[in-house]
Design a protein around this ligand. Structure first.
Ligand code: ADP
Ligand code: MG
Length: 621
């Protein structure tokens, strides 16, 4: 273990940043949240004072007067007052009401659409509306309070972790929650990246290897493949599902009990389903070390044994293994290239999970550090790095989906391919397709499909007041700049006139990981039809530009063309127009070819004529 020394003061105390402020690491979890800090030796420790109270359940309970409590105390109200006791708030971050339609039935509290805040979801408690950002800030405040009491210092700066799959909107929402809680959020860090740091992997400069971080929490699953070399952490690939976690294990048990005890349950009011959910969680935890779970619930003897639980969990675990498979593939590797697996998240305590992961990767598995704490501990190390105490470390992340802009006919032109490391900067030059074009709309999309209509629109802006120039002459440079948090800024500039504009893409609301997975899957499934549609659009674009070229050619070269030739060219243009109506790619391309063949000698004649005119000193236009 390295002991960082402050060169200026010669001290080994590195808890504070340059201006004396404390920098903490926070795991703002779906189920549980923790706060940690690197101690004087650079070793991360969880803050929170008394034993067993370090972990703060991410639960908020509201009293009728609007006051609230957070954590374990709040959790105790889940059974009795589900409508005023909020959990899994992280699932709501950066999402609209419609994004969450699948959630509304599952959550015990009330979600409301909102006309403000770009349609982001609100939670209604006792007639008061709360935004997920606000609610998360309450959780953060509770964590900070706990840590400040422990440290006896004020906390001003933090690193907050998010699942690797969080999109811009979700990351921004997390940042906003930090701000609302009075924090200066130095960095949003991917949870799997933090977890590997907690294992000290890569802290030794000579260490080299490929690590898979398997994180199965309460609400999210993440698998990341990291390449560690020369003290640099590079995320080769990330995969995940924000709708797959321990909660689903609990629900599987609930569903099992519902079927098992159907007749008896029908008499019990639905309100009590939440109690059942928490009993299911207890059952799951118990079965981690015991073979059977039995409890008396409202006179019903609920039970489940390990074999049955494993059976219920198997398809959920299989889904995580499938994602592991895809991540390894995305990284361009096979499992034999993975040197170590790091287990993260409370749900990795389930023996069947460990077993499946061990079998799949077939290499040593790290599970010594408490899987609930490992992310916060790593966040504290990242905080330490950002406080300037470990300057030698650099972290790189990747973009989960490709980013690009819409080009002629609705085609997607990828500028930043998926799995690109951030921070990154990509540029590409374009031109106009119409003479004298004054404005240019730039629409930014995220996704893998050839046609933008199947991808996700992130935003659009207009490059205005271009000086009129013939089509093809303007040089439009489009720059995509991704910062370390994966926030995208798009800049467009016309290089001849230096007209420029830029926009920071902060999408209205998020994309669910289910949708993300669907987008990726569709891009593979629909590749064939996309290709056909793309070819058709390209053919259409060609027909349109040929029509324009023919018109221009006739206008410019009337004097050297016979009436018959002009008639023929006009006839071809009519054919081109009607081929557009038909939309048949082959017909369109065959007519374009006919026009080209026919006009070739005419073009030569026009060129010769221009050259002759030039040679004889005549002015030509
Ligand atoms: P998150 O990152 O989503 O906040 P955590 O990493 O804290 O979640 O994991 C919480 C999940 O871990 C919950 O679903 C909880 O039921 C589960 N869990 C905690 N302890 C155990 C255990 N002993 N056996 C099985 N699951 C557990
Ligand atoms: Mg977690």
């Amino acid at each position: 273990m390295k002991i960082p020394i402050d060169i200026k003061t010669g001290s080994v105390s590195q808890l504070t940043s340059d201006n004396g402020e404390v920098v903490v690491g926070i795991d703002l979890g779906t189920t549980n949240s923790l706060i940690a800090i690197a101690d004087q030796e650079g070793k991360p420790v969880i803050l929170g004072g008394h034993k067993n109270r370090n972990i703060v359940p991410s639960v908020i309970h509201f009293f009728e007067d609007g006051s609230y409590i957070v954590g374990n105390e709040a959790k105790s109200y889940l059974g009795s007052q589900p409508k005023a006791t909020l959990y899994s708030v992280k699932r709501l971050m950066g999402k609209s009401y419609t994004d969450l339609s699948a959630e509304t039935g599952r959550l015990g509290y009330t979600l409301m659409p909102s006309s403000e805040d770009e349609g982001l979801v609100k939670v209604e408690v006792n007639g008061v509306f709360y935004s997920p950002v606000e609610l998360s800030s309450y959780l953060l405040k509770a964590l900070i309070k706990q840590a400040e009491e422990d440290l006896g210092k004020t906390i001003g700066k933090a690193v907050i972790t998010v699942p690797a799959y969080f999109n811009d909107a979700q990351r921004q929402a997390t940042r906003d929650a930090g701000k609302l809680a009075g924090l200066d959020v130095l960095r949003i860090v991917n949870e799997p990246t933090a977890a590997s740091l907690a294992y000290g992997i890569g802290l030794d400069k000579n260490e080299k290897g490929i690590v898979a971080v398997y994180d199965l929490g309460g609400g999210t699953f993440d698998i990341s493949i990291l390449n560690i070399e020369d003290g640099i952490f590079e995320v080769l690939a990330t995969k995940g599902d924000t709708y797959l976690g321990g909660d689903d294990f609990d629900l599987a048990i609930v569903d099992y009990w519902k079927i098992q005890y159907q007749s008896t349950f029908s008499e019990i009011h639905l309100q009590n389903l939440h109690e059942l959910r928490w009993l299911a969680e207890e059952a799951k935890k118990t079965l981690t070390d015991k073979d059977e779970f039995i409890v008396d619930w409202k006179g019903i003897k609920l039970n489940i044994d390990k074999g049955q639980a494993n059976l219920l969990f198997s398809s959920l675990i299989e889904r995580t293994i499938q994602l592991c498979h895809e991540a390894v593939q995305d990284a361009g590797l096979t499992t034999s290239a993975i040197n170590t697996v790091v287990m993260v998240g409370g749900s990795t305590r389930v023996p069947a999970v460990k077993h499946a992961v061990g079998q799949f990767f077939n290499c040593p598995i790290h599970d010594e550090v408490n899987p609930d704490e490992v992310v916060a501990l790593g966040a504290a190390i990242q905080a330490d790095i950002l406080a300037g105490n470990r300057k030698d470390l650099l972290l790189l992340d990747v973009t989960p989906l490709s980013l690009g802009i819409e080009t002629l006919g609705g085609l997607m032109d990828v500028i930043v391919p998926r799995n690109t490391k951030v921070p990154a900067r990509f540029g590409r030059n374009y031109t106009t397709s119409v003479d004298g074009q004054k404005n240019l709309a730039i629409t930014v999309y995220q996704g893998e499909r050839d046609l933008v209509k199947y991808n996700r629109k992130l935003g659009s802006f207009i490059l205005k007041n271009l000086p009129p120039m013939p089509a093809g002459l303007p040089k439009l440079e489009v720059l995509f700049i991704l910062d370390a948090d994966g926030i995208l800024t798009v800049r467009a500039r016309e290089l001849r006139s230096d007209v420029a504009t830029e926009v920071t893409i902060k999408s209205a609301y998020g994309i669910s990981d289910e949708e993300m997975a669907r987008l990726l899957l569709d891009s593979i499934k629909e590749a064939q039809t996309d290709m056909q549609e793309k070819q058709q659009i390209e053919a259409k674009n060609e027909v349109i530009s040929t029509i324009q070229a023919v018109k221009k050619f006739i206008d410019l070269n009337k004097p050297i063309l016979t009436a018959e030739e002009v008639g023929m060219l006009e006839h071809y243009n009519t054919l081109l127009e009607s081929s557009l109506q038909s939309g048949d790619k082959d017909v369109m391309l065959s007519i374009v070819k006919q026009v080209n063949d026919y006009s070739m000698p005419l073009a030569h004649r026009a060129m010769d004529n221009a050259v002759v005119n030039a040679l004889t000193g005549k002015k030509i236009d």
